[in-house]
Design a protein around this ligand. Structure first.
Ligand code: UDP
Ligand code: LCN
Length: 820
């Protein structure tokens, strides 16, 4: 492969350097391009390009030379190529977020730089030539509206939005004191239930504020640090100050000093600090419409996985942080967080038919359920997230009325989850003029190859046309995006990020999105979730262990008989256990892990395998993927004669017991294995690490970022089972000769979690985002409005009619099986 020395000079574009690179290997390249075009029009991916190039170059040394040079580097950076003989158009991605498009003629190897529009048109030629040639085909270009907004320039800065926005705010407010007037106006607008906060109209200019702060600081210096705010509240009011600065003289003084420094000479550090202290957020709405959103008996039901766990933990963490901040601000307001989901009358034994439910472990937070309405009244049955679009507009209107009623006022922040939640959040935030955040968990687009260009073929099953347009609308409308990892936004060197895949795409016949989202937009932030540390705590904390679960867990792991909850058995109880737990989806690759284990004798001699997922009777499943995975599991257990070494346990819904289960696996000196073909984040990975269980996790997606390979756990390649199972076997071989080896990884995993993956860190970051982006949207009011208009147009003219085409099932007919 390409050497570092062969890498492009950054000042050179690929269009500039490719002609010379092709010239140097002209003979081989002519053969290679002849091969590319020989099969006519098609889309080629990197592996195909490489395979066919290998075939075109016979000599091994020549091959090494070509691939080791600049050409090899350019080819390796190619994401896809479109063959329209005699041309081959390449989409090349030298670095995360950076794309170049070139067209090479197979006849004479001439190179031409092309625009994204031209590249997308080439792609369309394969599927819909008329559309590609239609002069008036709809082109969507959000960049045209964003031209004056500041952007990041470095791949490495992607996801650091708050830090960058505070720099941009700093430069806007710099130079002279009057430039800080927008900040003064913003402070004047802060209130809680109509009561002014921070300042009142006595202080209406930056100069007056600066002077008043000096006087107040002198006054505060003379007070004991812990003097409560009410003791000097009256005096402060006379000067124009209201509540919100702090609960004690010391805290008020610190906040005032920070603001004074900002007024004197703004700097990003103080700016960020100031916004983290402002009382801007009290009421939060979190949308998660699809699936069965509940606090018990729901995990494992269709469309109901980590997102539910994430949101419930998120609410607890946000409420805790809000309560702390409100206390420190010297206020006694009651924060309210409301999770708005769908009310499902046919609730399958869950509480999803209950309108309001208090959230366990919180003081003031609730789940609020709003039904889907159709022309025939309330829809009773569950609907797949892929079919959810026709209900969302009405749902958002009904939800808005209910929320205003429940909160007795407007929320300060609206956060959406996944496509449906983000679209509804957009509609509500737009209507109420409230700051919006979005969370994807997983964007479906990258999961299915060529899902944009093939949308017509896939639409009956997945309704991707609705989904991709809804995602693009929400991404553009939102004030900030909360991502779990960098890869979610901008991928890795090799693989584009989930958001990045919305930079440009095309839905022939509908629209060509030439600029969908820019991953260099400072709205992108990384705030990784944590795992509930009251449930997932280290196995070593003996006094906290939930020993009452031990008999049941012993039975679950080791009893000999098959029943509804488990099949298979472990003959040798002394062996460590490798453990995995996930929904039984193809992408989770539990069957892959079972096969690796079956094939690897060394691993089978060293450890037992325990997997939790799905259930055993395929005839009871309504999900096509799950059915095939269940059948495959049975076949693998048979094929590799795994009984005696494997325990397959059905999906588990008791989180407390699951926590203890991870710890019992740690007692066996085992490991957690997450073998997914792709994982957006991977909550099980951090749950296992929190319990002190050494973890092997897929290198495809979020886990590759959570674990530092060989330090806090291990990466495994889901596409190379032999290598992965040997890596696990090597670990257990080493543990046999060095008793400290296992503990080293147990401890390092925990350390990694405590440094980066806790809900406390998350809540702090998200509330800071809410605060700073609320001001940022104020500063960019006019631009935001212009963009909103464009979005409304796109929503009204495209999304609405597409959503209308999604069939509405009748409550009588059984639900159609859906892929998950
Ligand atoms: N989970 C569970 N029982 C199961 C399978 C999974 O309680 O049988 C939980 C698991 O502990 C985790 C969540 O469901 O909290 C799955 O989240 P993850 O991010 O791993 O995957 P997702 O299902 O969201 O794709
Ligand atoms: C959805 C997924 O697919 C997982 O990877 C995440 O961990 C989960 O949501 C929570 O964000």
């Amino acid at each position: 492969m390409a050497s570092a020395a062969a890498v492009l000079q950054r000042s050179e574009s690929i269009t500039d350097s490719l002609p010379e690179a092709l010239k140097q290997s002209r003979y081989h390249m002519k053969r290679c391009f002849a091969k590319y075009i020989e099969k006519g029009r098609r889309i080629m991916k990197l592996t195909q390009l490489m395979e066919e190039m290998e075939k075109a170059i016979d000599d091994k040394n020549d091959k090494t030379q070509v691939l080791g040079g600049l050409l090899g580097y350019i080819l390796c950076s190619t994401q896809e190529a479109i063959v329209i003989p005699p041309y081959v158009a390449f989409a090349i991605r030298p670095n995360p977020g950076f794309w170049e498009y070139v067209k090479v003629s197979a006849d004479d190897l001439s190179v031409e730089g092309i625009t994204i529009t031209d590249f997308l048109k080439c792609k369309e030629m394969i599927y819909d030539e008329n559309w590609a040639n239609d002069q008036s085909a709809l082109e969507v270009d959000f960049a045209a509206l964003d031209y004056s907004m500041p952007r990041l320039t470095l791949s490495s800065s992607i996801g650091n939005g708050v830090a960058l926005v505070s720099k941009f705010i700093t430069s806007t407010l710099s130079q002279k004191l009057e430039n800080s007037q927008p900040l003064v106006d913003y402070l004047l607008s802060l209130n809680h239930l109509g009561d002014n906060l921070m300042i009142n109209s006595t202080i209406d200019t930056a100069l007056k504020l600066q002077m008043a702060l000096i006087v107040a600081e002198v006054f505060l210096s003379a007070l004991p640090k812990d003097t409560p705010y009410p003791d000097f509240e009256l005096r402060f009011k006379q000067w124009g100050f209201e509540k919100g600065w702090g609960d004690t003289a010391q805290r008020v003084k610190e906040t005032m000093r920070t603001l004074s420094e900002v007024l004197q000479a703004p700097d990003p550090i103080n700016m960020e600090k100031l916004f983290s202290r402002l009382p801007t957020i009290f009421n939060v709405v979190i949308f998660s419409p699809h699936g069965y959103f509940g606090q018990s008996d729901v995990l494992g039901l269709p469309d109901t996985g980590g997102q539910v766990v994430y949101i419930l933990d998120q609410v607890k963490a946000l409420e805790e942080e809000l309560l702390l901040r409100i206390k420190q601000q010297g206020l006694n307001a009651k924060p309210q967080i409301v999770v708005v989901t769908r009310l499902i009358p046919d609730a399958r034994g869950t509480k999803c038919n209950q309108e309001v439910e208090a959230i366990n472990g919180t003081k003031h937070s609730h789940i609020l359920r709003v039904p889907f309405q159709t022309e025939n009244g309330v829809l009773r049955r569950w609907v797949s997230r892929f079919d959810i679009y026709p209900y969302l507009e009405k749902f958002s209107q009904d939800a808005t009325t209910k929320v205003l009623d429940h909160m007795e006022g407007k929320p300060d922040l609206i956060i959406g989850n996944y496509t449906d939640g983000n679209l509804v959040a957009t509609l509500m935030a737009n209507k109420l003029g409230v700051t919006q955040g979005t969370i994807a968990h997983a964007l479906e687009k990258t999961k299915y190859e060529d899902s944009d260009i093939r949308w017509k073929e896939l639409d009956p099953k997945y309704h991707f046309s609705c989904q991709f347009i809804a995602d693009t609308i929400a991404m553009n409308a939102t004030d900030f995006v909360i991502a779990s990892t960098y890869q979610e936004i901008a991928g890795s060197k090799e693989r584009p990020g989930q958001y990045e895949s919305h930079t440009a795409f095309t839905l022939p016949g509908l629209c060509r999105v030439v600029s969908g989202i820019n991953v260099f937009d400072p709205k992108f932030n990384i705030a990784a979730p944590g795992a509930d540390q009251s449930i997932y705590f280290p196995y070593i904390e003996r006094q906290r262990r939930l020993t009452s679960f031990h008999p049941a867990i012993e039975e679950l792991l080791y009893s000999k008989d098959d029943n509804n909850e488990h099949i298979g058995y472990l003959a040798d109880k002394k062996k460590p256990i490798i453990f995995s737990m996930a929904r039984l989806d193809v992408v989770k690759n539990i069957t892959g892990l079972t096969e690796w284990y079956g094939k690897n004798k060394r691993l089978r001699n060293l450890v037992n395998l325990v997997v939790v997922g799905g259930f055993f009777d395929a005839s009871k499943s309504k999900d096509r993927e799950e059915i095939s995975e269940i059948k495959k599991m049975h076949a693998l257990i048979e094929k590799y004669q795994l009984k005696g070494q494997i325990r397959w346990i059905a999906a588990q819904t008791d989180r407390q017991r699951n926590g203890e289960l991870y710890r019992c696996i740690a007692d066996s000196k085992g490991a957690f294995v997450q073998p997914a073909l792709y994982e957006a984040f991977g909550l099980t990975v951090i749950e296992a690490m929190n319990c002190g269980l050494p973890t092997f996790a897929t290198n495809q997606g979020g886990p590759a970022e959570i674990i530092v390979d060989g330090v806090s756990g291990f990466h495994i390649d889901p596409n190379n089972g032999g290598e992965s199972s040997n890596k696990i076997a090597d670990f257990f071989d080493k543990c046999k000769v060095d008793a400290t080896y296992w503990s080293k990884f147990s401890t390092a995993g925990l350390q990694r979690i405590n440094e980066c993956y806790t809900w406390k860190i998350y809540a702090n970051k998200v509330l800071n985002m809410g605060s700073i982006y609320s001001f940022w949207r104020q500063l960019n009011k006019e631009k935001k409005l212009a963009k909103q208009r464009y979005i409304q147009l796109f929503y009204g003219l495209q999304f609405k009619s597409l959503a209308k085409n999604v069939p509405i099932p009748s409550d009588e007919a059984p639900p159609a099986p859906k892929p998950d």
